[in-house]
Design a binder for this molecule. Structure first.
Ligand SMILES: [Zn+2]
Length: 218
């Protein structure tokens, strides 16, 4: 399958990553960020986690630094909104995200949650992304979970095998608080990526899937 590519080696790419909780960006788009850096793209990352309190804040910061190792720039923004209550805090979250949006140059690509995600916090972030950023390519990532809400992605980022291995290794290393969730394991992450890799015929068999609502071709 011919690849359009987000950026070529040596080119710069500014990326805004939005995640409700401290492991979301890593699960949904962490491999893509690492694959871009690995390919020699100069990736400028603003990594924004809306709710990470206590030990989850430290996890979020350490994990973002690890996933973005080699990036040309990394800025981490961590919010302290209450987990699972985003629909009731949406106005404050919108103000907070708008402030971050104003403080950075317009990103080339935004990674965010998808609108059909079953988690209410994820849906709020997806909706606010489209409210606040109207001139950017938005790629919505997917999060496997109990709800069984996975869909049918329409774009993919193929992951080299070492990147896939590192993604799983970093997820298991950095998110100790998630070990009580019985779905949070290497087989879930590798299995989903293998299916997405099969769908897009990824050279190294693994991929992350994304949902694109609109895309300008030229
Ligand atoms: Zn989440």
């Amino acid at each position: 399958m011919k690849s359009l590519g987000l950026a070529s080696p040596g080119e710069s790419l500014s990326v805004l990553c939005l995640g409700a909780h401290s492991d979301d960006i890593e699960i949904g788009a962490g491999g893509t960020i690492m694959a871009l850096i690995e390919a020699g793209v100069r990736v400028d990352v603003t990594w924004c986690v809306v709710s990470a309190n206590g030990p989850r804040k430290e996890e979020a910061e350490a994990s973002a630094a690890a996933f973005c190792a080699g990036a040309s720039r990394l800025a981490i923004e961590i919010g302290s909104f209450k987990d699972s209550y985003f629909p009731y805090q949406a106005a404050d979250i919108k103000t907070w995200l708008a402030g971050i949006g104003k403080s950075i140059a317009s990103p080339d690509v935004i990674f965010t949650h998808r609108d059909e995600d079953a988690h209410q916090d994820h849906r709020v972030i997806s909706e606010l992304t489209w409210n606040l950023f109207r001139d950017n390519l938005i790629l919505e990532y997917e999060i496997p979970k109990w709800d069984g809400d996975l869909g049918r992605p329409n774009s993919y980022m193929a992951l080299p095998e070492p990147v896939m291995e590192r993604k799983v290794e970093l997820l298991l290393k950095h998110f100790g608080t998630q070990r009580s969730k019985d779905w949070f394991d290497a087989e879930t992450f590798r299995g989903l990526a293998r299916l997405r890799g099969m769908e897009c015929r990824a050279p190294d068999r693994f991929a992350e899937g994304f949902f694109v609502r609109k895309l300008r071709l030229g």
